[in-house]
Design a protein. Structure first.
Length: 197
């Protein structure tokens, strides 16, 4: 039995092929009119991302989406996440991980908190924890291209190209011009071919 079989099955249950109507982020009742505006901006960015044929434009759109995703609406949450990310970037995972834990505990509905902690857990060698956090990210935001790419990368490294291809195909449906996704998919496809009898 493969190393991540049970975990990847659980994660990939949320990654089954979906129709375009299911690729929209779950809509919660916005707290303010500004939240409605931000949601509309993100939807427009995803529409542009799906249409563009230019890799540079796709990268720029994804950066804009990431910037919006980093804004929780709470100055305290943003500050705490920012400190955790700086500690992670300085390779102080002993400081970063407890800070990420605090953000996730205090703001469990913020998908970006889960996504950023997944990166720190992966850097710390906790692949199972990273996959769990990516699953939580995608539960809250099924359109998170970075989280889908992360799942694809981890499954490719674990020797599970079928699952990796499912995650990467879902990401490519959102960002078809994004070159890094195309490269990751080619790597997973090569692994699949080389492991076929």
């Amino acid at each position: 039995m493969r190393r991540f079989a049970a975990l990847s099955i659980a994660v990939l249950l949320g990654l089954a092929p979906v129709g375009a109507e299911d690729m929209r982020a779950p809509q919660a009742a916005p707290a303010t009119a500004g939240d409605e505006t931000a949601s509309g901006v993100v939807d427009n960015l995803y529409a542009r991302l799906a249409r563009t044929q230019f890799p540079e434009e796709a990268e720029g759109i994804l950066a804009e989406i990431e910037h919006l995703r980093m804004q929780s609406g709470s100055d305290a949450a943003d500050l705490l996440l920012g400190r955790a990310m700086k500690a992670r970037e300085s390779e102080r995972l002993d400081v970063a991980l407890p800070l990420f834990d605090a953000v996730v505990e205090l703001y469990p509905d913020w998908s970006e908190a889960w996504s950023e902690r997944a990166t720190a857990r992966f850097q710390n060698g906790d692949v199972k924890g990273a996959m769990g956090d990516l699953a939580q990210t995608l539960k809250r935001d099924p359109r998170d291209v970075g989280a889908l790419a992360g799942v694809g990368s981890i499954l490719t490294d674990a020797g599970e190209p079928e699952g990796a291809l499912r995650a990467l195909d879902r990401a490519l449906a959102l960002a078809p011009a994004y070159e890094r996704l195309k490269e990751a998919r080619a790597r997973a496809q090569t692994l699949l071919w080389s492991s076929s009898p």
